[in-house]
Design a protein around this ligand. Structure first.
Ligand code: NCD
Length: 302
């Protein structure tokens, strides 16, 4: 593995190796014991063109937990504000010889383009609605730790699937690892094309939830919708918002997941977002650190 651009590029064996390494770091973070110098003398650049709390900060912390230094490039303070092109920016940063670039971009395939122009590994922190590989990996880590082996699970991915890179990366990962994957979305948010074969599709929660072990919600991504497409929040919640009662249609033991940021009262009811027994959302956030430690270690560790 030279870069991490998408789950699409990984074999089931490579996914297994990353998840095993992530599980190792999850345990290590509890005991405080791991090699804090794994990334000694390494410098990684974070290059985010879209807002981020979880992904950006957890990559930063993961790199520092392994001893790397992190340079946080920000578009507002960069020479792109003086009309330097994207490619010239990348070529300039490459000349400074970073050990890795972690990036998020609004354009489909931007990390793949960058990987073709730099000498170091590129890690995709989300591109357009294409892929968000570390989100799917941390979701898989969370499910394995909290529910059970991926191959035994039925996972319902629900909501704004059409605009979601999280849905794409998760659907690909879960299928590669042998899970049953359902896509549950109202017709206007159902994608026309799927990134992987063998997904079951449903247009209502009533049909799509029964028997699911995990219900993975997605944020309604208004910034990616055309004017006429934007749903009314209250109407959406009534039709498609997950409440505790609706989660129970999946099963009394089913869990809710969400990559964040959440729209409370839209795709998820407040009570459920804060439900400690049925929500894995906080665990997903925590799982971002060991997962990103694993990826950094495997790409640039000693
Ligand atoms: C997501 C993203 O930006 O892709 N958030 C995340 O990284 N945890 C999902 C979203 O924005 O809805």
């Amino acid at each position: 593995m030279k870069h991490l651009l998408g789950i699409e590029d990984l074999s089931a064996g490579e996914i297994r190796d990353i998840l095993d390494r992530a599980a190792y770091y999850a345990k290590s973070l509890e005991t405080g014991k791991w090699d804090h110098k794994t990334l000694d003398n390494k410098i990684v650049i974070t290059l985010f063109f879209e807002p981020s709390t979880r992904t950006l900060i957890s990559f930063d912390i993961a790199a520092k937990r392994l001893g790397a230094s992190v340079v946080n490039w920000q578009v507002e303070n960069s020479s792109m504000r003086k009309n330097e092109s994207f490619l010239d920016t990348i070529l300039t940063l490459n000349q400074m010889k970073p050990d890795a670039i972690i990036m998020r971009h609004v354009e489909f395939g931007a990390p793949n383009f960058v990987a073709g122009h730099v000498d170091c590994p590129v890690i995709n922190g989300g591109d357009s609605w294409r892929e968000h590989p570390t989100q799917a990996l941390l979701d898989a880590l969370t499910m394995e730790r909290e529910i059970g082996p991926i191959k035994d699970l039925t996972v319902a991915i629900c909501g704004d699937v059409a605009h979601s890179r999280v849905a794409n990366s998760n659907a690909i990962l879960l299928k590669k690892m042998g899970a049953n994957v359902r896509i549950v979305a109202p017709a206007f948010l159902m994608p026309q094309k799927f990134p992987v074969a063998g997904l079951e599709t449903f247009t209502s929660l009533e049909e799509g939830l029964p028997g699911a072990d995990a219900v993975m919600l997605l944020r309604i991504q208004k910034e990616r919708m055309k004017a006429g497409q934007i749903p009314d929040d209250a109407a959406y919640h009534k039709e498609f918002g997950l409440t505790l009662e609706r989660l129970n249609m999946a099963g009394r033991k089913a869990f809710v997941m969400h990559p964040g940021p959440m729209n409370r009262g839209v795709e998820i009811a407040d009570e459920l977002a804060d439900d400690r027994e049925r929500s894995l959302i906080a665990k997903q956030v925590a799982g971002g650190i060991p997962t990103r430690m694993a990826v950094l270690d495997m790409l640039i560790g000693k």
